[in-house]
Design a protein around this ligand. Structure first.
Ligand code: GRG
Length: 292
């Protein structure tokens, strides 16, 4: 597989350092609370692609003012990490492995895992409130609340969990994953543009890009559950056997082609930016071909 471009790994390092400062350092919380903060750090700082945060930074860069994007990138990552903890719980996906490590609830227990998920979600909003002036903080928190809420992650997860044994049509499958996965990518791109003072046209183009990128990301996620390994993905594979997925619909080759098509559509949405959007184009190429 092609290695990640340097701008991607540089952004990952910047984000990892900022995330480390976002949650209390080990040994600084009170007894008992420290279990929750340790579990928060365990997830938030675990090896990850940080692709949503990278989208925030690249979107802000494209709009010409990257300097204020980092807190929003960290907030989006904290929301994502919170959702991973919840998704892995025995009452949801019951997953044993995440980011190459045993899942949080298997290490810290379910009660601490649930509290760590709420802790991370709360830190995300707190971080936005403290990092930006009031009008921008209000826009960013509303954006994130919409992404998490009843037309976003919560809704997508509800339909996914409650439909596990049902046979879904393509429209339902797409709706579930646009909400579970796509919406947070769109929020990431929009947040980046807002922190950079992007125009309404910038926001619209970036949101269209991220909407397609996010769905492509999920199609590849389904694909890697079938053709990937735990060493590559950091997750248990063949875990979705009971579910309707993009692979059960389209087959391995069809899903790969769908991911490429969505990534092409994503990149086309950035045509108004010309060559300045090259990095987001490279990111889409990475998503279409990823094995991790
Ligand atoms: C209250 C935040 C909150 C959520 C409640 C549990 C839930 C609703 C939603 C689950 C959303 C979810 C986990 C979707 C899966 C998205 C996905 C493809 C995750 C894998 O992302 P990667 O590959 O992971 O970017 P890394 O580890 O690289 O960050």
């Amino acid at each position: 597989m092609r290695s990640l471009p340097a701008f991607f790994t540089d952004a990952q390092d910047t984000i990892a350092r900022a995330l480390d400062l976002m949650v209390p350092a080990p040994g600084t919380a009170a007894p008992f609370t420290s279990q929750v903060t340790d579990a928060m750090r365990y997830t938030l700082l675990a090896p990850s692609k940080r692709v949503r945060a990278v989208v925030v930074l690249l979107a802000a860069d494209l709009c010409g003012h990257p300097s204020r994007a980092l807190p929003a990138a960290c907030a989006i990552e904290a929301i994502h990490a919170s959702s991973l903890i919840l998704d892995d719980l025995p009452c949801m996906d019951d997953a044993p492995l995440r980011r190459g490590r045993p899942t949080v609830h298997t290490v810290y227990g379910e009660a601490v895992a649930v509290l760590a998920a709420f802790g991370l979600l709360n830190e995300a909003y707190r971080h936005l409130a403290r990092s930006y002036d009031a009008p921008l903080a209000a826009r960013l928190t509303a954006l994130c609340a919409d992404a998490v809420g009843l037309d976003g992650l919560v809704a997508g997860q509800a339909e996914d969990v409650l439909a596990t044994d049902a046979t879904l049509n393509f429209e339902t499958l797409e709706r579930i994953h646009r909400r579970k996965t796509g919406v947070l990518f769109s929020a990431a791109a929009t947040a980046g543009a807002l922190t950079a003072g992007g125009s309404a046209a910038d926001v619209a183009a970036l949101t269209a890009y991220a909407k397609n990128l996010g769905l492509a990301f999920q199609v590849v996620d389904d694909l890697l559950d079938v053709i990937g390994t735990p060493e590559e993905t950091g997750k248990a594979v063949r875990h979705d056997a009971r579910k309707t997925t993009f692979v059960s619909f389209s087959g391995v080759d069809g899903a790969r082609e769908l991911a490429h098509e969505l990534c092409r559509t994503a990149t086309l949405a950035l045509a108004p930016f010309g060559q300045r959007a090259a990095r987001l184009g490279e990111l889409a190429d990475f998503v279409a071909a990823r094995r991790l």
